[in-house]
Design a protein around this ligand. Sequence first.
Ligand code: IPM
Ligand code: MG
Length: 352
Amino acid sequence: MKYNIALVKGDGIGPDIVSEAVKVLEKTGGKFSHDFVFTETLAGGAAIDEFGIPLPEDTVNTCLSSDAVLLGAVGGPRWDNIESARRPEKALLGLRSKLGLFTNLRPALIYPELSDACPLKNRAIPNGLDILVVRELTGGIYFGKRGRTEDGAYDTMSYSKAEIERVVRKAFEFARMRRRRLHSVDKANVLETSRLWREVVAEVSKDFPDVEVENLYVDNAAMQLVVNPSQFDVIVTENMFGDILSDEASMITGSIGMLGSASMGIGSFGMYEPIHGSAPDIAGKDIANPIATILSASMMLRYSFDLQKEADAIENAVKSAIHDGYRTKDIYTEGTKLVGTKAMGEAIRSYI
Ligand code: IPM
Ligand code: MG
């Protein structure tokens, strides 16, 4: 089968890591007889340099006419002084919104071989860690009315019932495929949108009697993630809480360079990207860890193309490379094999 993939390499280490993921996809395609066809397109700082704007219409159209999008990272200090409407981050927000990607999946899990990297050590996580943060991605305060008044500024958080329901339903479905525990995170003691969020969760939960649901305030959730992260399976929450909690969850694993993410809408179309940023200080130096992007590519096979054994093959190859001691600088410890971006990609491909 043929699959069309739009590539947004982006800025900083984006090109380094996306190139490795592409080669992993090509190897996987060869092995399982699929044809992955890549179309490169520009967004973020790279698009600002070339066209003067972070998200050209052409880029949106290339993505829309593809089966999925693989994105590296956008942004960097070079574009920090540009006015807010033209910052590289606008490309990311614009893509999410224009492609209708309202559900953001951010898995955080600890690889046994890397458990020493966890800042909490094994003390707080006797049962390991495997959390899926489901973040609402196209609503809330990120997209509400904002502005300046004479002597102030405001941002608005608003949600419709429908916007809450569609992402909550997705979260229940994922919980059902995992350990059947869902924590819904809100600030219902203060925010009206959170009280509506809770009502919708209660309603949707009637369709999932086999999934255990618990409501948690966001401040408590932030604390619980540090105290006892193993209690969580799936966490569903609104856009900004999800931004913050997914960073926290990913850092507990000790290796943000290892975690991929998926942004999805109604159908199978999705955009896949590493959780980490563009790390401009190490761009082009063959140092960056390509694993987060390679695992994002495997999520693409799993969620957009329903190629489960192909996705398994990539995940297992990553596990084998870790198991056999290959480490990029960010996850290196004494006694393991220090390799660069390209050699890590090559090692992973050798196990597929
Ligand atoms: C993320 C990032 C973005 C967000 C920024 C870069 C706009 O932090 O993907 O989590 O806040 O959504
Ligand atoms: Mg973030």
